[in-house]
Design a protein around this ligand. Structure first.
Ligand code: SF4
Length: 58
């Protein structure tokens, strides 16, 4: 099984860049914080470089 990304909620500013970047629709915003939807994430890492505050890791 692929690793899935982690989003640091302390760092996230809710910009939504990662949501636009994800080809699998695996990230959603709740209360201005991004959350990964584990069953959808395939660990493609497209979102990681888009995050302006480096809140995403794998
Ligand atoms: Fe949060 Fe980074 Fe996603 Fe923007 S790109 S919503 S700061 S995790």
């Amino acid at each position: 099984m692929n690793k899935i990304i982690k989003i640091d909620q302390e760092k996230c500013i809710g910009c939504g860049q990662c949501i636009s970047a994800c080809p699998f629709d695996a990230i959603e915003l709740k209360d201005d914080k991004a959350f990964v939807i584990p069953v959808k994430c395939r660990g493609c890492k497209q979102c990681i470089r888009m995050c302006p505050v480096r809140a995403i890791s794998i």
